[in-house]
Design a protein around this ligand. Structure first.
Ligand SMILES: NC(=O)c1ccc[n+]([C@@H]2O[C@H](COP(=O)([O-])OP(=O)(O)OC[C@H]3O[C@@H](n4cnc5c(N)ncnc54)[C@H](O)[C@@H]3O)[C@@H](O)[C@H]2O)c1
Length: 357
């Protein structure tokens, strides 16, 4: 008996290919269709997945009753309609974030999902990481006393402005919404106040670095720093990524180099230092939890909801809006950005490169 889960992937760019690789590796999925509007992506899909049907028009898949799950990995402008259509045709959904290109449309997608019985999730990948789960577990055991301050930082020479993902918004929305989300996940309640400062590096129209601090309804304080402005033209590139959590009695922190993550707990009864492989986007974890949920008929309680994604997205936009209302300096020249584009176009191994076909 064929017990594989029949799935189709829409969008075969950088993320679509990550899902393809992980689903193939796991042996739990039958990748029946791959859909992409770009002929070069379809050509690549044919080469990599000769047993899948490679198509340009997504409608074919929605109408195939045997497809159980759709994976939505194109860009934010097409996602809302795809989510609604998938639900209408009785299919479960794994979606990339953001789940649409405007807040109003994101909430429409949330409501469509919540009105249906279909299983839906979104790749808020930090929630599936071993390091954040480990830290949260120690916090819940009381090792740091009462949770008080959450500081998170993610600075890399990654996706440059104007390079792709225009529907996903500026860096603090496209990438920063993950940090907004994970901060809220730790606090366990909603944002109350915020104050943001941003920088329009290289005089680009949008800020590509933003720092926001504020409070949650339960009094927990946060600061988030995120930017893809971190030494794009340095001879040897690096990044700075950490979380630093302060309780009334102890602390917990994590840093990583994209290969290994290191968690350190300075708790009241234990001092722990644990190093394990970073885990990338944890797509294997998400796909396995999703497959487990489908097989058991019960949603795994840790898979992120579309609502979580809409909230994170909405606050990322609010923080950007707040920064726009404060002094928003512009430093650098557009010519520097042109040099960055040129360098990233020819780089083979860099941070968040848009895959060239
Ligand atoms: N969760 C994460 O950590 C994370 C990380 C990176 C990107 N993303 C999200 O994943 C999505 C894809 O990002 P990417 O880096 O793979 O982008 P990409 O540009 O590499 O790939 C997008 C692909 O979708 C195709 N496409 C566009 N519109 C389409 C449509 N209507 N139907 C079918 N195919 C279509 C394009 O031809 C392209 O092949 C983005 O929305 C991005 O925000 C999430």
């Amino acid at each position: 008996m064929n017990s594989l889960i029949k799935v189709e992937l829409i969008g075969f760019g950088r993320m679509g290919r990550f899902y393809f690789e992980e689903m193939q590796k796991s042996g739990r999925w039958d990748i029946a269709y791959i859909c992409d509007t770009n002929p070069k992506s379809r050509e690549l899909a044919k080469k990599l997945s000769p047993n899948s049907r490679i198509i340009e028009n997504e409608q074919v898949i929605f109408e195939d009753r045997s497809v159980q799950v759709v994976g939505l990995f194109a860009l934010a402008d097409s996602r809302k309609e795809q989510i609604e259509k998938a639900i209408q045709y009785g299919k479960h959904v794994i979606s990339e974030k953001p789940i649409a290109d405007t807040i109003v449309r994101e909430w429409q997608a949330v409501h469509a999902a919540e009105r249906s019985d279909m299983l839906t999730t979104v790749n808020l990948y930090l929630r599936n990481s071993w390091y954040h789960n480990m830290i949260k577990n120690y916090i819940s055991k009381g090792e740091i006393g009462e949770l008080a301050i959450i500081r998170i930082c993610h600075l890399t020479p990654g996706l440059a402005p104007g390079e792709g993902h225009e529907y996903e918004g500026p860096s603090f929305h496209d990438c920063g919404m993950h940090y907004v989300d994970i901060t809220r996940w730790y606090a366990g309640c909603e944002f109350k106040t915020w104050n943001a400062q941003a920088m329009r590096m290289w005089k680009y129209k949008d800020p590509w670095w933003l720092q926001c601090h504020g409070t949650f309804e339960n009094g927990v304080v946060f600061d988030i720093t995120q930017g893809h402005v971190y030494g794009q033209l340095s001879k040897d590139q690096t990044h700075n990524s950490y979380i630093d959590i302060i309780g009334t009695e102890g602390i917990a922190r994590m840093t990583h180099d994209f290969k290994t993550a290191v968690v350190e707990i300075r708790g009241v009864s234990q001092t722990i230092k644990e190093e394990r492989p970073f885990g990338g986007k944890n797509i294997d974890v998400l796909c396995n939890l999703f497959a487990d949920s489908l097989e058991s008929g019960k949603r795994h309680n840790s898979i992120p909801t579309l609502r979580d994604s809409a909230i994170a997205s909405e606050y990322a936009w609010k923080f950007l809006e707040n920064a726009n209302g404060n002094d928003l300096p512009a430093i650098g020249e557009i010519q520097t950005l042109e040099k960055i584009w040129e360098r990233r176009r020819t780089m083979k191994n860099g941070y968040g490169l848009i895959k060239q076909l």
